[in-house]
Design a binder for this molecule. Sequence first.
Ligand SMILES: [Zn+2]
Length: 119
Amino acid sequence: MSQTTYQGSCHCGKVRYEVALDLERPVVGCNCSMCGRSGTLLSFVPASEFQLLAGEDALSDYQFNKRVIHHLFCATCGIKPFARGQGPDGTPTVAVNVRCLEGVDVSSLSVHMVDGKAS
Ligand SMILES: [Zn+2]
């Protein structure tokens, strides 16, 4: 386990955050109707490891399917830097889009594909 603190942001910079993550764990790629379109690569962390530094009021919320996840996106630039939801045990969880983190070479990450289309 090697947690590192990363800075993340949307494209225009209104939304900025800091998150402690272990990117030696595989990140999650998903083929559901949402992720398959946007190509997000996700790493899930407890909400306590995530700190929104700016932009709460810049975020728009989108929900679909069972409406358990808040798919947040920047109303200005449209980037989805993270999503909010709950873990299986009800713990507030943040799904970080690792493509929005500074200094991360996404091509070096191992990706665990999840079949969200089927669920
Ligand atoms: Zn933005």
